[in-house]
Structures are given as structure tokens and as C-alpha cells.
Design a protein around this ligand. Sequence first.
Ligand code: ATP
Ligand code: MG
Length: 254
Amino acid sequence: MARVISVCNQKGGVGKSTSATNICAYLAAMGKYVLLVDLDSQANATLGLGINMNPDHPNIYHSLIIDQNPETIIRKTSIFGFDILPASQSLAGATVELVTMDERETRLKKVLNSIRTNYDYILIDCPPSLGLLTVNALAASEHVIIPVQTEYFALEGLSQLLNTINLVRQGLNPDLQVLGVLLTMYDKRNQLSRQVLNEVHKSFPGRVFNSVIPRLVSLAEAPSFGKTILQFDPGSRAARAYRQLAEEIIRLTS
Ligand code: ATP
Ligand code: MG
């Protein structure tokens, strides 16, 4: 039975898609059966894995909104065979359509329940908002990973996210836990980065992953080649950090 983990922060550009994708690659490389769910209409994770979608191709939208069997939508990546439930622009409409639907907060949970036994890990790449798609992700998950970019204002908005997590826990999903806060785009030469790291540790004592993701241009370049850091620059510090993170995740969830 898969562990379901949301990668979530309503702030844009903090490293959600990069982290979700690379964590999946390393979990798969360690022999785990892995599914990445792209829940963002920007489809960054889907496109970054070299999967071409036009808006009419079946994607997560079709499972969420018109009950299409997810097994007919899932694609296999070339990266240790991990699977992806892709997104496309058409998902943008789902936020509006969900509003008037029955059980609108738990539709993703239902979709994933039907395939949960096929995987060890299911990661959900959330969109940069706290809207209904993110609520669906949280309602379907046991764990949340919160990527935080090591920059000024890093902690801004996190109380709102934690509040949403609490509301979901109270109403829809009592099992939901924060697995950890993940520092991304860390620059050890930058004093501000070090300050932010200390501040995040103070705000989330014992809840910050030991692995810290450095700022590295190959991480930004890899998706344009349809690759993860594991194929693109496997000897880099960033590759090492994502491998250690995958090990931490396995340890914390077993
Ligand atoms: P959105 O909120 O739009 O979905 P996101 O939180 O998913 O964004 P990403 O798309 O993963 O964030 O990252 C934002 C940008 O920063 C991308 O161009 C990505 O390639 C780049 N990036 C992410 N992590 C790193 C890193 N550690 N070093 C350098 N660049 C990075
Ligand atoms: Mg993203």
C-alpha cells in the first residue's frame, strides 16, 4: 500500500516540481515502485520529464472530473520506470468545475485509492495555491513535504499553509502529518542563506530535513532535456542531496 506524500507550498517557484520529480527518480533508483501525480496545470513536472501533452490528451483532469480510469492515463517515464499521472493546461478548468461537484475535496483520494496497491510511494506535485486542488492533494496524503526557498521572506505564507493543513486534518484527513520542511536553492557562500536556514530550524524544531538542496544550475537545466538530475548531473552536490533526501524519506516513512 503506497505512502502518499504531497509536495506543497502555495508560494510559487520554491522548488516543488523540481523536488517532487527528483525525489521520485531516486526512490525509483532505490528499487521502489513510484508514481508522480502532476496536479498543476502548468504541467512542469510532466513536461520536465519529456512527456509531451496536448491539452486533449487524457490527463489527471479526466480522472478527477470525468472518472476516467487512471490506469489508462498513467505513462511510464524512462527513469527507472517510475510512473507519472500527467497534467495539462486543461487542469486549470478543474478548479472551477470541482466547486459544484459532490465530494469535491476527496475526488483525488478516490482516484488514488484505486491504484494505491500498485506502488510503494505516490508523490503529488501541488500547484502554487491553497485552492481545491491542493485541498484534494492534502486530503489524499499521509504526509506533506514543504519546500522552502532559502531566501528573504522564506517563512512568509507558511502559517497559512499550516493552517490549511490543520483544517484538512480536522475535517477530512486526521492522518495528515508534516513529514518535513525542505530547504531548497541553498547557497552556502551567501550569509542570508545561512540565516534563513537557522531561522527555519528555529521555527520547525526537529522538522527540517537534514538534506538541504543547493542552488545548482544543472537542476534548472535538466528538465529542458526531459531529465532528472540523476541522468543529467549525477555526480553533483544537488544529485547527492536528492539521493540523501530520498533515503531520509524512506527512513521516516518505514
Ligand atoms: P511553481 O510554484 O510555479 O509550481 P515550483 O515551486 O514547482 O514552482 P520549481 O519549478 O521546482 O518550483 O522551481 C522554480 C525554478 O527554479 C525552476 O526554473 C527550477 O528549474 C529552478 N530551481 C529549482 N530548484 C533549484 C535549485 N536547487 N537550484 C537552481 N535552480 C532551481
Ligand atoms: Mg511546480
